[in-house]
Design a binder for this molecule. Structure first.
Ligand code: BG6
Length: 490
């Protein structure tokens, strides 16, 4: 008998902006990712706050899922997917974010996508906002730092929940809502909250995302507004269809103390609380945790934006499931001179026991079991789901067209084994959607070359490629895993 429950939701996950392309088609207008140029492992992505006709924007065509979704969903079905996580691009439904009426062409597109999933017996899991804030919301309203954007988001969310109430049961509000806590004002605040300082919006040159200006007070206010928008959406969603399962989504970057020095342990606790636990606690428990009130006092953050009415909304809008992305773990230390992880986003100190991907992301399957067990202890009554996990790598197409991605199979095998261990520990884990079942544009670097898929897409960072799809070795391997409900991992 399999360790995984019969109902386990095996599948894959993508985001609209990283796969759809068709960035101005059928009424859609610009959203944040459409403004970003590509970078690489050592070079941050850049942003010019207007369109540059001479530049190559990876999201503009992405992998052309907009026109090829039938072919792609058929391939997912061939692998036996039970679940497909995708996002609705807010800007297809309300192109400027504040339009008087929703865009029927955008609504019709997702009708067809969900119908296609259902036709193959695949359960859609829909993220309402996966870094896809309409650009107009950034420039006209200041993103989520403006309370009016709460209403605009809730109107969008309820429009699509109402429209797809018989086609979609599983919903997530904001992708990786905690990411702004990791850098307090750079890429996390722009992607996650749609906030940019006026000086940057007026810039006439390309700004590396690592150099975007941040403002702590504004970041916390905007994040609070997102919490409120998320809670109102959960509440409204349950009224639209009481069977909806609505979750949060956290980028879980589990941390270890680098040394046994108790000071490292406490520093690790602080980073974990701020970066991982804070947002989950608000969305699962419905209130700000005590350690954050202490932090606000210490940092002189004015918390008058957290009103009594908002507190009641947070309590009423707690999520039905806790979902998260898991790619790596990092170390924390108070000691100077520690080697840091590499890549264009260094997220902590290097762990001497772990290997890393070519982008410096440390590979730690045991950390997934640890994370699942810890989360189950923290939120004992809330089902968990891993909605992103994957291995970005350079793939080589052989002369005969085959792609031997054993490294990817190894990565997934070890992480699936870790989930099985967590299930044996009693964790209520309901599903697993791998990141990028098909190659897509990297969010962090904007590269095509950072490939995640079981399916290869012929598209490259210089804009060449015919978008054709090919199965990698991992395709048949994952098909076997799903068919055996996680038992056959050879
Ligand atoms: C997650 C995001 O952080 O990681 C995805 O939700 C992203 O959008 C994924 O693509 C992998 O990161 P990257 O930078 O390799 O694309």
């Amino acid at each position: 008998m399999s360790t995984f429950p019969e109902t386990f939701l095996w599948g894959g996950a993508v985001a609209a902006n990283q796969c759809e392309g068709a960035y101005l088609e059928d009424g859609k207008k610009l959203s944040v990712p459409d403004m970003l140029l590509g970078g690489d492992v050592n070079t941050p992505r850049t942003l010019l706050p207007r369109q540059d006709a001479t530049a190559f924007y990876p999201s503009h065509e992405a992998i052309d899922f907009y026109h090829r979704y039938k072919e792609d969903i058929a391939l997912f079905a061939e692998m036996g997917f039970k679940c497909f996580r995708l996002s609705i691009n807010w800007g297809r439904i309300f192109p400027d974010g504040d339009d008087a009426e929703p865009n029927e062409a955008g609504l019709a597109f997702y009708d067809s996508v969900f119908d296609e999933c259902r036709k193959h017996g695949i359960e859609p899991l829909v993220t309402l906002c996966h870094y896809e804030i309409p650009w107009n919301i950034v420039t006209k309203y200041g993103g989520f730092s403006n309370r009016k954007v709460i209403d605009l988001f809730v109107r969008y969310a309820t429009t699509v929940m109402e429209r797809y109430k018989d086609k979609v049961k599983y919903w997530l509000t904001f992708n990786e809502i905690n990411v702004p806590m990791m850098d307090m004002g750079g890429i996390g605040s722009l992607y996650g909250l749609g906030i940019m300082e006026e000086e940057d919006i007026q810039s006439d040159h390309r700004i590396p995302l690592t150099e975007l200006k941040g403002n702590k007070q504004r970041t916390f206010e905007a994040l609070h507004n997102e919490f409120v928008a998320s809670a109102l959406t959960v509440r409204a969603g349950h009224e639209i269809n009481p069977d909806f399962m609505i979750g949060n989504m956290i980028a879980h970057m589990t941390n270890y103390p680098l040394t046994p020095d108790p000071k490292d342990m406490l520093a690790c606790l602080d980073v974990d609380n701020m970066c991982n636990n804070f947002c989950g606690d608000v969305q699962v428990r419905g209130e700000y945790p005590a350690y954050m009130w202490r932090y606000f006092r210490n940092e002189g953050i004015d918390t008058s934006f957290i009103t009594e009415e908002d507190k009641a909304i947070l309590k009423e809008g707690t999520v039905d499931m806790y979902t998260f992305s898991y790619y790596m773990t990092n170390c924390v230390t108070v000691h100077e001179g520690a080697e840091m992880t590499g890549g264009n986003m260094s997220l902590g100190a290097k762990n001497p026991y772990l290997k890393a991907s070519d982008w410096g992301w440390q590979i730690d399957p045991d950390g997934l079991r640890y994370t699942l067990d810890t989360l189950a202890g923290r939120y004992p009554n809330t089902p968990l789901m891993v909605v992103e996990n994957g291995f970005g790598a350079f793939d080589k197409v052989e002369e005969d067209g085959s792609i031997h991605d054993q490294y990817r199979i190894d990565y997934f095998r070890s992480h699936i084994e870790a989930m099985a261990e967590a299930l044996k520990d009693g964790v209520n884990l309901i599903g697993y959607t791998t990141w990028g079942p098909i190659d897509l544009v990297s969010a962090g670097t904007g590269q095509y070359a950072k490939r995640y898929g079981f399916i290869y897409v012929d598209r490259h960072d210089d804009g060449t490629g015919d978008f054709s799809r090919k199965k990698k070795d991992s395709f048949d391997w994952y098909k076997k895993v799903i068919a055996s409900n996680g038992e056959d991992l050879d």
